[in-house]
Design a protein around this ligand. Structure first.
Ligand code: BGC
Length: 488
């Protein structure tokens, strides 16, 4: 543990970044990419953050709430998915946060977080996706928000974290343009009811996953498999986002509003133009396809042309769509877990003509860790999207945690993972990136879309539902209190 990256590793990262010359601005030099060259990446280094930097944790409704049909809640696509046995476990109970939220706010206080990101289950508010309203569901979130405020914790609300009402899916879900109308009505209701107390709103969590995993790859609910449907779903989601932002401004809500994208940096395997193009294809299909319409009003041409060449139907961006989608947002939310290296391969991942290169072994605990990719990605987003304010809305590590005979969970790997990514954040901030907050994924162990996961700062015994703050949680709390982090 606590080793520097190997020189081989540095070489790979540097050459990859050099190879991206056409892609990354001249300001991003090879030296920017090398984690070992960052003063903050030394294991003994102390990383300081400004006083107003918001540290927090994140969760999502279906992943922790349980109570899947309590007090009038309707069926979501994830209820349907898990009840059809697609996944090893269901989200019926998970951590039972719906019934234990008062105690869980106590845990948030113990963690000392300043901001808590959670999502609202649309089916608790509108069981069928549109009226009539379910008062018990609304009361739950109102009380949660009220108690968070009392605890001095800023509520950051995600409107949509993948759990579409099944009734709307039955009408085509995100492939049906009318879903945007229902989403706006749902968003307006929440802005009206919670707007005075919520500091940050996130319209969508990871629309890439919603659209591509849900409607093309079939790996997540609703499990459809049609590429054109996925492209259509994205267009509806972007329009829904725009309608929500427009409503938010019209209603003069006091908080801030943005969207969360799942982003990683695709690095080219070599300096060849073909590999550079392959990496760029991955980046623009993943980042650009969502962020370009919002910040620039158009889908990225490189990817649009590629899709058309493969015979897919790229949705038309009408002038009205453009105006709607391009509504200015207050921040970009970034979910970051790792980065990947790609090479050109016409027989590779269609329609991208790219194949992911397995990471080299390194002295880091896990070769998939790429904090260097986070620093570069932040700089790239800063460059490409007009210096927008950014929040890391998810970053964290899955590990096989357990409660030992002393009742402790010693998750040192998670501490190192978070530390290294905070170092990358600091490095990007020093380069001018307007990063204003960081939220660990996740608050507590949860349902990880098919099975139970252990990404939390709080361990959950899924049989007894007992909670235990992990060593990483205590370490994070101490760092937040001082706005300063160091490895133990
Ligand atoms: C999602 C979370 C998920 C996490 C870890 C993110 O893609 O937003 O819902 O649990 O990754 O897998």
């Amino acid at each position: 543990m606590n080793q520097h990256p190997t020189s081989r590793r540095e070489f790979l990262v540097e050459s990859a970044v050099l190879a991206s010359g056409a892609v990354l601005s001249p300001a991003l030099r090879a030296s920017d990419a090398s984690p070992a060259k960052s003063a903050y990446a030394r294991p003994e280094a102390v990383i300081d953050f400004p006083d107003d930097f918001l540290f927090g944790v994140a969760s999502a409704a279906y992943q922790i709430e349980g109570a899947w049909n309590a007090e009038g809640k309707g069926e979501s696509i994830w209820d349907r998915w898990s009840h059809e046995g697609r996944g090893r476990v269901t989200g019926d109970v998970v951590a039972d946060h719906y019934h234990r939220y008062r105690d869980d706010i106590g845990l948030l206080k113990e963690l000392g977080v300043k901001i808590y990101r959670f999502s609202i289950a649309w089916t608790r508010i509108f069981p069928n996706g549109r009226g009539p309203l379910n008062p018990a569901g609304l009361a739950f979130y109102k009380d949660l928000v009220r108690r968070l405020k009392e605890a001095g914790i800023q509520p950051a609300v995600t409107l949509y974290h993948w759990d579409l009402p099944q009734a709307l899916e039955d009408e085509g879900g995100w492939t049906n343009p009318d879903t945007a109308v229902h989403f706006e009505a749902y968003a307006r209701l929440l802005f009206h009811e919670l707007g005075a107390d919520v500091s940050h709103w996130i319209t969508f969590n990871e629309p890439w996953v919603t659209a591509f995993c849900g409607y093309w790859l079939g790996s997540k609910a609703p499990g459809k498999k049609d590429f054109n449907s996925a492209l259509g779903a994205i267009h509806t989601i972007l329009r829904s986002h725009g309608r929500a932002v427009t409503a938010f401004r019209e209603m003069e809500c006091p908080g801030r509003i943005g969207i969360t994208l799942d982003l990683f940096l695709g690095l080219p395997a070599t300096q060849s133009p073909a590999d550079q193009r392959a990496a760029e294809m991955i980046n623009q299909s993943h980042h650009g396809w969502f962020a370009d319409p919002i910040f620039k009003g158009a889908y990225p041409g490189l990817v649009a042309d590629q899709y058309r060449q493969h015979g897919y139907a790229v949705p038309e961006m009408t002038a009205a769509d453009r105006d709607l989608i391009q509504q200015p947002i207050d921040f970009l939310g970034l979910n970051y877990f790792n980065s990947d290296t790609w090479r050109y391969d016409p027989k590779g991942w269609a329609p991208y003509d790219a194949t992911r290169v397995e990471p080299e072994e390194t002295l880091l605990l896990n070769p998939d860790w790429r904090p260097d990719g986070l620093a570069l990605l932040l700089k790239r987003l800063h460059r490409d999207y007009a210096g927008t304010t950014i929040f890391i809305t998810e970053n964290g590590l899955e590990s096989a945690d357990y409660v030992n005979h002393r009742g402790e969970v010693n998750d040192d790997a998670r501490i190192e993972y978070i530390y290294r990514h905070l170092a990358a954040c600091r490095q990007a901030m020093d380069a001018g990136v307007k990063l204003k907050g960081y939220m660990v994924w996740s608050f507590m162990d949860d349902y990880e879309w098919g099975e139970f996961g252990r990404m939390g700062l709080v361990h959950v015994n899924f049989k007894t539902l007992e909670r235990t703050i992990k060593r990483s949680g205590t370490w994070y709390r101490d760092g937040i209190a001082r706005h300063r982090f160091a490895l133990p």
